[in-house]
Ligand binder design. Sequence first.
Ligand code: PEP
Length: 251
Amino acid sequence: MRKNIVAGNWKMNTTVPEGLELAKEVNAAVAAATPKCDVIICVPFTHLVPVAQAIDTNKLGLGAENCADHAKGAYTGEVSASMVASTGAGYVILGHSERRQYYGETSETLREKVALALQNNLKPIFCIGEVLEERENGTYNDVVRKQVEEGLFNLSAEEFGNIVLAYEPVWAIGTGKTATAEQAEDMHAFIRSVIAEKYGKEVADNTSILYGGSCKPSNAAELFAKPDVDGGLIGGASLKCEDFMGIVSAF
Ligand code: PEP
């Protein structure tokens, strides 16, 4: 059966010493709390090695926030999936709306990134979600279906089994505006039905689908209580150990 997961996305926040301190704090809190879900922190590339050395990655998963769409070579400034894996990380966020919006990531580049992540035993946390206009004009299901189909449906069922999905309505990210638990559940159930159409019910039922967008300790329990919401991808609230653990303890 699918796992419940709470994953932090630190984005471009914290220096290395600050990040190391936060990671150690979360690591200690997770060790003390025995959470009822998998807990993951996704950190800037510069933080991966020291954080991997400072935490118990068997108890607190570690991920990157992106990886390159090429395996290696003359791509100045890029960080490959194999480099990420060599730090000890086990996850990588791919297709975050900020990468799609500000860095022009397309389904085509994302397919390359997903393939390279999987080849290097990294589990992709693959983000999808509509913008406000698409929510308001009612095309959100079509938009999300297209992102899932174009980004992932070239995978075999076995490969797809390593994907974690994160539904993040763009209008809810960092805005303080959370999707209602009903809106989240409707979309998560829809995404699961799209997966079932392609790979069958068993694969769909085994896929963890996280919600992301202004998730915080005060709304996490209501969201996570929904049957198709398997946890959260947490931005702002993952930068404070107390808030992050407040969300983890919602399970
Ligand atoms: C995110 O960017 O993945 C996110 C969910 O951000 P926030 O929690 O800050 O809305």
